[in-house]
Ligand binder design. Structure first.
Ligand SMILES: Nc1ncnc2c1ncn2[C@@H]1O[C@H](COP(=O)(O)OP(=O)(O)OP(=O)(O)O)[C@@H](O)[C@H]1O
Ligand SMILES: [Mg+2]
Length: 355
C-alpha cells in the first residue's frame, strides 16, 4: 500500500495558524488612536490523518469554528500555514480553490440552515455531484450516483428520500442529507462543526456512528468539533482541547479524557457527566470555575491562569510551551515543566495524579 493510501498518514495540517479579527472601532477607540482585534485563534497546529477522527473540544467562543473555517479556506489566515497532502496551500479563488473545496468539505451544526428549503434532496445532491464533475454521463448514471450517496448515509430506500424537501425530513435525516452532499465531492477531509449538537439526544448516536462508518469505509480524515468531551471519548481517536484561541492539550482520546493533564481539561471533564467516572467533592472543588476571558485583551502568560486553581507566579507572565507527556499526550502547562523526556507511563501517571 502506498503512503498516500495508508491510514494514519497526514492529509491536512495546520502549522501555527492564527486568526485575528478587527473589532469595529468605537468613538473612544478613534480618540485614543486604538485598533482592537479579537485573538480568535493563536498559533494552532494540528494534523488530520486518513481514516482517523480528531476531536476539537472547548467551550463556546474558544475559536473552534474559526479553526474549521480557516481549514476550509473560508477566511484568510492572519498567520501560519495550511498544508494539504503535504503541499502548502495558497489562499486563492478560482480553480485551485475549487480543487481544495472538493477535497476538504465542511458540515455545519444546523442542517436546516445549510439546506435550501425550496429545493428537494435530489436537487441538493445533483448540484453537488455536478459542481464536482461526478454526476456521470446521462440520467441513468446520475440516478445511480444519487442512490449510492443516499445509501452511503443510510437513507434507505433512497427513492423515498430523493424527492423530499428539507422540512419533510427529521433533523437527523437532514444532517444525513448534508453529509451526503459533502460526500458528493468525494472529499478526503470532513470538517464537522458540532454536527449533532442541534439534534435530539436520541438520534445523535446514529449520526456519529454514520460518521465513524464513513471514516472506516472511505478512510476520511474527520475533524469533529464539539462542546461535549464525553462524546469525544466515545467517537474520536485523538482529542485536542482548545481554550481561548489556543490548543492546550492533545493526545489519544482515551488518555486525554481519562487522565486529563491540563487543569482546563480537568475542569471540562469534571463538569461533563460521565457514568464511568465518579468524581469526589474534593476533585470538583479543585478544578476551578469562572468565565472565559476576553479575546480582545487576552490574559498574558497562560490564558487559563485567572481561572486555574493551580496557577503559579510564572503562569501570569510566561506563555507555557507544549510539554510532552507519556503515550503521545502533551499539555501546554507549566505544571509539566521538567517532565519532558520523562516518558515512563508510571511517572506520568503519578505526576498527573499528584497535580
Ligand atoms: N467574523 C468574525 N468577526 C469578529 N469576531 C469573530 C468572527 N468570528 C468569530 N469571532 C470571534 O472569535 C471568537 C471565537 O469564535 P468561534 O465562533 O470560533 O468560537 P467557537 O469555539 O466555535 O464557539 P461556539 O462553541 O459558540 O460555536 C469569539 O470571540 C467570536 O466572537
Ligand atoms: Mg462554533
Amino acid at each position: 500500500m502506498s503512503e498516500q493510501t495508508e491510514n494514519n498518514h497526514v492529509v491536512l495540517e495546520a502549522r501555527g495558524v492564527t486568526k485575528h479579527f478587527a473589532v469595529r472601532r468605537t468613538s473612544r477607540d478613534l480618540v485614543a488612536g486604538r485598533r482592537r482585534t479579537v485573538h480568535a485563534v493563536d498559533d494552532v497546529s494540528l494534523q488530520l490523518r486518513r481514516g482517523t477522527v480528531t476531536a476539537l473540544v472547548g467551550e463556546s467562543g474558544s475559536g473552534k469554528s474559526t479553526v474549521a473555517r480557516l481549514l476550509a479556506q473560508l477566511y484568510p489566515l492572519t498567520g501560519g500555514e495550511i498544508h494539504l497532502g503535504g503541499q502548502a496551500v495558497k489562499a486563492g479563488r478560482g480553480r485551485s480553490f475549487r480543487s481544495y473545496v472538493r477535497r476538504v468539505q465542511l458540515i455545519f451544526q444546523d442542517p436546516f440552515a445549510s439546506l435550501n428549503p425550496v429545493h428537494t434532496v435530489r436537487y441538493h445532491l445533483t448540484r453537488a455531484l455536478k459542481i464536482h464533475g461526478r454526476a456521470g454521463s446521462g440520467d441513468e448514471e446520475l440516478e445511480q450516483n444519487l442512490t449510492a450517496l443516499l445509501n452511503r448515509v443510510q437513507l434507505t430506500p433512497p427513492h423515498q428520500y430523493l424527492d423530499k424537501f428539507p422540512h419533510e425530513l427529521s433533523g437527523g435525516q437532514r444532517q444525513r442529507v448534508a453529509i451526503a452532499r459533502a460526500l458528493g465531492a468525494d472529499p478526503q477531509v470532513l470538517l464537522a462543526d458540532e454536527p449533532v449538537s442541534m439534534l435530539d439526544v436520541s438520534i445523535r448516536l446514529g449520526v456519529l456512528n454514520l460518521l465513524r462508518d464513513l471514516k472506516d469505509r472511505m478512510h476520511l480524515a474527520i475533524l469533529y468539533i464539539t462542546h461535549d468531551i464525553a462524546s469525544a471519548r466515545y467517537f474520536a481517536d485523538s482529542t485536542l482541547v482548545m481554550y481561548a484561541g489556543r490548543i492546550v492539550e492533545g493526545g489519544d482520546s482515551e488518555t486525554v479524557t481519562q487522565r486529563p493533564a491540563h487543569p482546563y481539561t480537568q475542569l471540562l471533564i469534571a463538569s461533563a457527566p460521565d457514568p464511568d467516572r465518579v468524581a469526589d467533592e474534593e476533585e470538583q472543588e479543585e478544578t476551578g470555575s469562572g468565565e472565559p476571558p476576553s479575546l480582545i485583551d487576552p490574559p498574558a502568560g497562560c490564558r487559563f491562569h485567572p481561572r486555574c486553581p493551580k496557577a503559579m507566579e510564572r503562569c501570569r507572565t510566561e506563555l507555557p510551551p507544549r510539554f510532552d507527556l507519556a503515550d503521545g499526550q502533551w499539555a501546554a502547562c507549566w505544571l509539566y515543566d521538567g517532565t519532558a523526556g520523562d516518558t515512563t507511563t508510571g511517572d506520568h501517571e503519578k505526576k498527573v495524579a499528584a497535580k
